[in-house]
Design a protein around this ligand. Structure first.
Ligand code: AMP
Length: 249
């Protein structure tokens, strides 16, 4: 079973994001970039499927600027077998990413796609769903547990009321939620080994996709700063404030 895992390069989750002075976007110059945390979970799950003998090959795909190579190398150091970089300067939107992933799935003969539920930069939460729709494949989104046997993927999903388990007939698209697993740290020997693993670089046009954005960002702004809070002396003072100032009880 061939497995494709999508890994996006995003601003590191520890960085305090700043808006550019001209309010066109978030500042990424000189900012630490890392693999999207949900994609690390997707890579971990893919590598575990390979270790269990369920997957035969794990291909890590990233789309964007040349530095996305680093993100792919991280996936290779975690255990993916090879990488594909779809290189473009275009501001990528979920539909363009989904179309390019679809083309790769068809070209590579992939049986299962595992990706993050959401990229933490744009918070779109759309690419996996769009990819499944374009391929006409079943989708198991927000996966917190995955079991594969006999051509069926049982995906446990975290939904509002608790846990839901869906059975998907493969091929399928799965998007990883936070509790699916705890991603491993790549060991130094594996980081060294990953340097020798192949990464193929292609362009969107090679996949027959025009990645030009369809949305225009009008303005990016910081959220309004919150007023400082106050400390109350005791519960009675708190209740008094809630009743007489905030008027919420
Ligand atoms: P989104 O729909 O933008 O929130 O992204 C959901 C998932 O799609 C991410 O967690 C990635 O697995 C994948 N993805 C989105 N954009 C890219 C990209 N430029 N390169 C690789 N994977 C991506």
């Amino acid at each position: 079973m061939k497995l494709l895992v999508a890994v996006k390069r995003v601003v590191d989750f520890n960085v305090k994001v700043r808006v550019k002075a001209d309010q066109t976007a978030v500042e990424t110059n000189g900012v630490k970039m890392s693999m999207n945390p949900f994609d690390e979970i997707a890579v971990e799950e893919a590598v575990r499927l390979k270790e269990k003998g369920i997957a035969t090959e794990v291909i890590a795909v990233s789309m964007g600027v040349p530095q996305c190579q680093d993100t792919i190398r991280t996936a290779l150091a975690m255990g993916a077998d090879r990488g594909i970089l779809v290189e473009t300067d275009a501001q990528l939107e979920p539909l363009a990413v989904a179309k390019m992933l679809k083309a790769l799935v068809v070209k590579e003969g992939v049986d299962l796609v595992v990706m993050g539920k959401q990229a933490i930069d744009d918070d779109m939460n759309a690419t996996g769903q769009m990819l499944a729709a374009l391929l006409g494949w079943p989708q198991g989104t927000f996966a917190s547990k995955l079991e594969i046997a006999g051509g069926v993927a049982n995906v446990t999903r975290e939904v509002d009321g608790g846990l839901e388990t869906v059975a998907l007939t493969l091929p399928a698209v799965i998007t990883a939620d936070l509790r699916l697993n705890e991603p491993r740290y790549a060991s130094l020997p594996n980081i060294m080994k990953a340097r020798k693993k192949p990464i193929e670089t292609i362009k969107p046009a090679d996949l027959g996709v025009d990645p030009a954005p369809r949305l225009t960002t009008i303005k990016v702004a910081e959220p309004a700063s919150r007023k400082a809070g106050v400390k109350v002396a005791d519960v009675a003072a708190l209740v008094d404030k809630l009743r007489n100032e905030a008027k919420v009880i």
